[in-house]
Design a protein around this ligand. Structure first.
Ligand SMILES: Nc1ncnc2c1ncn2[C@@H]1O[C@H](COP(=O)(O)OP(=O)(O)O)[C@@H](O)[C@H]1O
Ligand SMILES: [Mg+2]
Length: 509
């Protein structure tokens, strides 16, 4: 490492109305290294980087580049200082080609046509140098997400970025794409660039970083070199207490198959086959994890079981009752509880209050009816019990659900769905976008439900979650189960299966 850091940020404070987004933050970066900013949602990571990139002005603090004080007032001035930023949400124009997107905003005295040829040539060069192959003539809307990200990175390299900020770049990628991205990033640090990596995925952070700074509620709460750091040590810095990343799972004797699916075939919204000859059993007392990249039929599978979508062929039964193409109320009556992945869309109704949401499935239950009228006292008592038991942080039972955090909405839905004793529970992406502390609690509840002899289907893109919870793992790819494996399988093997490679091929390397 050089003596002088390429970047020093000292005492950065940034306020928004009512929010202290960055509170006296120090951060630095040397050429040739990856320094990760780690923290939960809302910790202030993006804000700090937007200050660096000139999108926000800090209220207090100073920045130096290569030892010289600088004021960065706009992205244009950031680019002039050889700073590039890959945003969480891509900033590309869909209707233009790759080359046109890269050329956009470049200053040139020459004609546009000549320029585009030169731009294309350089895109190909950069692509082969950094493993970012892309067709410069392709139109952006045709590209897959991973390819769009390549365009963003090429754009930054084209502008000669020496310091590159990557804000949650892996959130949209498959495990294979993540590996590929990391190779690219390692190549860039080997060439002397400095990278700021933002993530909350602990194993990725450990795999890529040289140093790690942890933010919590706008403040630096931890700093470590990667050597000697563990997932557990990072998690406790993020949360401010010790956390269990994988729940304690007691031995449970599994019972009969409470969920049985045979030969299921489902047509998707665009008329294509999204589930194709799928067989699956989940037994009482077990958690079956479905691993896979989103968009391989997982959502449709859950919706078809829940009666929200029709099966074209095949059968589904819950605790021995055939529920194929049943109405949602019938499936519920057979003993299904369902925690959907789109929390605000399907799982809760944002304008309704906490108490009203907790009642959504129980409104016909005798307990809450008094001569045909809703018994509001009974409802409130019931709701308060659930809120307490599930540690939902809400100002009151009358708070509209949309003003709660993602983790608390998720706990609320779980509280509602687990308030009976379901035969089968489907939890889709149960901790997506949820804080580590809330995730820990949700996992504990799922494991507790397993001990109550519920058959549990957990659908998740998060492999740590799949490994931590599952008794068996089914890997889903293009509407089929690629294989059912136990948790001794390696991350690499499962990653390959998620990309459509069979278990035998994956095991053969
Ligand atoms: N433009 C903004 N206006 C008001 N509040 C904001 C704005 N951007 C971020 N915040 C708030 O600042 C805090 C930090 O947000 P952010 O930097 O996006 O966190 P992270 O990237 O770590 O998830 C959050 O409380 C967020 O709601
Ligand atoms: Mg962010």
């Amino acid at each position: 490492m050089a003596d002088v850091p390429m970047l020093e940020m000292k005492g950065i404070t940034k306020r928004f109305p009512g929010v202290l987004a960055n509170d006296n933050v120090d951060f630095d970066l040397y050429a040739g290294e990856v320094h990760t900013l780690l923290g939960e949602n809302g910790a202030g990571k993006s804000t700090l980087m937007k200050v660096l990139y000139g999108l926000y002005q800090a209220d207090e603090g100073e920045m130096r580049l290569n030892g010289e004080p600088v004021t960065i007032t706009s992205p244009t001035s950031a680019i002039e200082h050889n700073i590039g930023m890959i945003h969480q949400h891509f900033m590309l124009v869909d209707t233009l080609t790759v080359a046109e997107n890269v050329a956009l905003g470049l200053h040139s005295s020459r004609g546009a046509l000549t320029d585009l040829d030169a731009v294309s040539e350089k895109i190909v060069d950069l692509g082969s140098q950094y493993g970012l192959e892309i067709d410069p003539a392709a139109t952006v809307w045709q590209l897959a997400v991973g390819q769009k990200q390549r365009v963003e990175i090429i754009k930054a390299l084209y502008r000669e970025a020496q310091l590159l900020i990557l804000d949650e770049p892996t959130a949209v990628l498959t495990p294979q794409e993540v590996d590929q991205l990391f190779e690219t990033l390692n190549q860039m640090t080997a060439d002397g660039r400095g990278l700021i990596f933002i993530s909350h995925k602990l194993h990725e952070v450990l795999a890529l970083s040289d140093r790690i700074t942890v933010l919590r509620q706008g403040r630096v709460t931890g700093y470590t070199t990667t050597e000697g750091a563990t997932r557990a040590s990072l998690a406790s810095m993020m949360v401010g207490r010790d956390v269990k990343l994988a729940p304690d799972k007691p031995e449970v004797e599994t019972g009969s198959a409470a969920l049985e699916i045979t030969g299921l075939r489902v047509i998707g919204d665009r008329g294509n086959v999204v589930i194709d000859g799928l067989d699956l059993d989940v037994r009482r007392g077990e958690i079956l994890g479905i691993a896979g990249v989103s968009g391989n039929g997982q959502r449709e599978l859950a919706e078809t079981i829940a009666g929200l979508r029709d099966a074209e062929a095949g059968s589904i039964s819950i605790a021995g009752t055939d529920v194929t193409n049943g109405r949602p109320v019938d499936v519920r009556a057979a003993g299904l509880a369902y925690v959907p992945e789109g929390r605000m869309k399907d799982g809760s109704i944002g304008l309704f209050t906490v108490a009203e949401n907790l009642l959504l499935i129980d409104h016909n239950s005798k307990e809450f009816l008094d001569a045909g009228l809703l018994n509001f006292d009974a409802i409130r008592t019931h709701s308060q019990t659930l809120v307490d038991e599930f540690a939902v942080k809400t100002p009151s039972l009358d708070t509209p659900v949309r003003s709660l955090s993602g983790g608390n909405i998720q706990k609320l839905i779980l509280a509602r769905e687990l308030s009976g004793t379901p035969n089968v529970l489907i939890a889709s992406q149960p901790t997506r976008g949820v804080d580590i502390g809330a995730a820990e609690y949700i996992h504990k509840r799922l494991v507790a439900q397993r001990s109550e002899d519920t058959a549990i289907l957990v659908i998740s893109e998060d492999l740590d979650e799949i490994f931590g919870l599952s008794d068996r793992i089914a890997v889903m790819y293009e509407g089929r189960i690629m294989g059912i494996v136990d948790t001794s399988i390696t991350r690499e093997e499962i990653g390959l299966m998620m990309a459509g490679v069979t278990r035998e091929e994956a095991a053969a390397g």
